[in-house]
Design a binder for this molecule. Sequence first.
Ligand code: ADP
Length: 303
Amino acid sequence: SIIVFGSINIDLVATAPRLPIAGETLLGDTFLKVPGGKGANQAVALAKLGVPTQMGGRVGGDSFGAELVQNLQDAGVQTDNIFVDETISSGVAIITVAHNGDNEIIVIPGANGKVNQEDVERLSRILPNAKTLLLQLEIPINTVVAAAQAARNANIIVILDPAPAQVDLPAELYPLVDIITPNEVEAGQLVGFPVDGEDAAAKAAGVLLQRGVKSAIVKLGAKGVVCATEKEVFFVPAFSVETVDTVAAGDAFNGGLAAALYTGLSLHQAVVWGAAAGALAATKLGAQTSLPDRFTFDTFLEE
Ligand code: ADP
């Protein structure tokens, strides 16, 4: 199986004519509650592609927690290793979207911020039976490092999505990572120079290889993907699709990438799968709702 160890969130989305100013009570027009969190999104991406997937992490003891676990189960994700932390709220993002597209977001890490060594120990018990571990940066960084170390000890592949963007990752994390998958902004923050396009992405990937990762994949949105390993650097163009909303395109990419490697395909083919899943996610509104199922994915690849 593949294990995703990371964040599980609920997004509370309100739309209003405009953003409120400080102290103002504004009448909005719609409200939507949708599951999210990069970890949960990637787990759902994998499960929808038909890969046996387990999720590790924490939710709160509130009603959102139960809902979030149920949502993962409904998507086909195994949830035995999600710990319900009764001492804190679930991870929540409170999002306001104005008619002109402006938004305001407050993220409460809640239970995600409490994922710790105990959870890594639970994870360690299931790692030996897994093939791959997917990590992101929405849980405490020392826990991410410990999980990567546990995966290395169990000899399984570690794929790190360094999102949301961070300037400094602990130096000891890089050598524990088989594949790092930043987008342009995340790559830029990590390497300290702007990454905008293929050439800069190749340079950034080189820096990340020097820090110890085995492969660096830089996601360039509609411009494609640059992948670098010790032996080669290659470019995979983006699929041309009608873009509706790119939310979770990056999570879809990582799901497609990991699913292909799980199936035994080459790194090159895995990047193509990632790009296909990312492109499909960009054609639909929403996060988990936009992630392609296996049939849609196979049909798209055959065309
Ligand atoms: P993130 O969501 O992490 O910012 P990207 O926006 O780079 O990541 O999207 C991840 C991948 O999904 C891209 O590398 C690309 O393969 C695919 N993708 C994203 N947006 C589009 C798009 N508009 N058209 C085609 N493919 C896309």
